[in-house]
Design a protein around this ligand. Structure first.
Ligand SMILES: Nc1ncnc2c1ncn2[C@@H]1O[C@H](COP(=O)(O)OP(=O)(O)OP(=O)(O)O)[C@@H](O)[C@H]1O
Length: 436
């Protein structure tokens, strides 16, 4: 996001209802010039409605929309779509069926410039030489590229894409969406992409805006909204989310998988019960389980070729876990696997949360042994650990006091140390996994 002053589109307190159906209740959004902004949300969350309001196909009930510094709708007066300087690419290309490709692209371009502009655009979208074809003589992907060329023909300030790839089959979708976004980036076009596909939003956009219940639930870079969502609900809306019970102790969090490093390690240290976000790709599986591993049972396996989604059960405090296994030989349903968490994790405070079960067995023992070896590295977290220990002396409702104190008083090493060891453990397990 490039900031309010340079926003190509500014939306202020916009509301929209259809009869008794309130669709958008309060939208405040700045779209940065030249950015690709994805509007993500479940079906019916109002994504298309928002796009139609920006385009001018519909009018706001309340609020104001500004494009390129010009107010185009302020709930009293609205400028027509043809005067907003926007290009629109709908879901199904919607080419004029009786016009050939060149005429479709050149529609709306002044006659004197038409020939040159059409040639330039067909070149840009990789369709040079196909100007005389009729729409029905093109593939779905080619039709979408013609629709993009038509949208770009008037040199718009802004291009709006309404689920433009959803009608394409999976293999074509991947290629066409990459090409389309690359063209828009090369031409420095401000782009708003509506999609319900999390993968599409995260992989194509500079910024992801999540719509829910008529408002904006999340707004940030793809990395930010995926790795640091503000709530478990948002985490689940952006991708698959395992949410574990945990207990923060400064920069660490104690979980059924041992002590993990928190992603917000540089921020304010937190102490106490929390929920922990672990994405499927952060779960490393080893078959058979190593002696110190947390063990789970594989409930189901969905093979995708490039990776495999593995449903796990049997981990304390978690009815189900979803892992993404990238290896060439995924585990099978019914197998017992060792599970470890890699990388840093995101947490949310959970003041009313239950204390996680911290029965780590051999893993806990191994960790305790490492802790003794690294006594000198404890100093940087003494304060947070002291807080936890003090809290442990409060009346205990869970009955796990002894075990908990032993573990919380434990790992206080620097995050990088813990992480290195975790990676080292994973390498060991990966080696094990190669064994028949
Ligand atoms: N012209 C209309 N008249 C009445 N209701 C409408 C109209 N357009 C949209 N709605 C309603 O507004 C809500 C939001 O619709 P919208 O198409 O914006 O959602 P969406 O997030 O784009 O959904 P999808 O992903 O399924 O396309 C839905 O409940 C829909 O039924």
């Amino acid at each position: 996001m490039t900031g309010r002053e340079t926003a190509a589109i500014a939306i202020r307190d916009v509301a929209k209802s259809y009869g008794a159906t309130g669709v958008l209740r309060h939208i405040d959004l700045d779209v940065g010039a030249g950015d690709v902004t994805a509007i993500l949300g479940a079906s019916g969350s109002g994504k298309t409605t928002l796009l139609r309001l920006i385009a001018g196909f519909d009018t706001v009930d309340r609020g104001r929309i500004t494009i390129g510094g010009r107010v185009v709708d302020d709930a009293g007066r609205a400028i027509g779509p043809q005067h907003r300087g926007i290009g629109y690419v709908p879901q199904d290309a919607a080419l004029f069926p009786h016009l050939n490709v060149a005429a479709n692209v050149g529609f709306g371009v002044p006659r004197a410039q038409r020939r040159a502009r059409v040639g330039e655009l067909l070149e840009l979208v990789g369709l040079a030489g196909l100007g005389r074809r009729m729409p029905h003589q093109l593939s779905g992907g080619q039709q979408q590229r013609v629709a993009l060329a038509r949208a770009l023909a008037i040199r718009p300030q802004v291009v709006l894409l309404d689920e433009p790839f959803s009608s394409l089959d999976a293999a074509l979708r991947e290629v066409v969406r990459g090409e389309v976004i690359s063209i828009l980036q090369r031409t420095d076009t401000t782009t708003v992409l509506v999609t319900h596909d999390q993968d599409e939003a995260l992989s194509l956009a500079d910024r992801v805006v999540l719509l829910r219940d008529g408002g904006i639930d999340a707004d940030g870079s793809p990395q930010d909204v995926y790795q640091h969502p503000a709530s478990p609900q948002i985490a689940a809306a952006i991708g698959t989310a395992n949410v574990l019970p945990g207990r923060r102790a400064g920069q660490r969090v104690h979980t059924a998988f041992g002590v993990l490093v928190c992603a917000d390690a540089g921020g304010d240290p937190q102490v106490g019960p929390c929920r922990v976000l672990v994405r499927p790709e952060q779960l490393r599986l080893s078959v058979p389980p190593g002696s110190g591993d947390t063990v789970a049972l594989v409930h189901a396996v969905r093979y995708h070729g490039h990776d495999t989604i593995v449903e796990l059960e049997g981990v304390s405090g978690m009815p189900e876990l979803i892992a993404r296994s990238a290896g060439p030989t995924p585990p099978w349903a019914g197998a017992q696997v060792g599970v470890a968490v890699i990388g840093e994790v995101h947490t949310w405070p959970d003041p009313g949360g239950a204390r996680p079960s911290l029965d780590l067995g051999a893993a806990g023992e191994r960790q305790a042994s490492r802790e003794r070896d690294h006594e000198s590295e404890r100093r940087d977290e003494q304060e947070a650990v002291a807080d936890v220990v003090a809290e442990e002396h409060q009346p205990d409702r869970s009955g796990h006091d002894g075990l908990h104190r032993e573990r919380d008083g434990g790992d206080a090493r620097r995050p990088a140390t813990v992480e290195r060891e975790a990676v080292g453990d994973q390498r060991d397990r990966a080696t094990d996994q190669q064994r028949p």
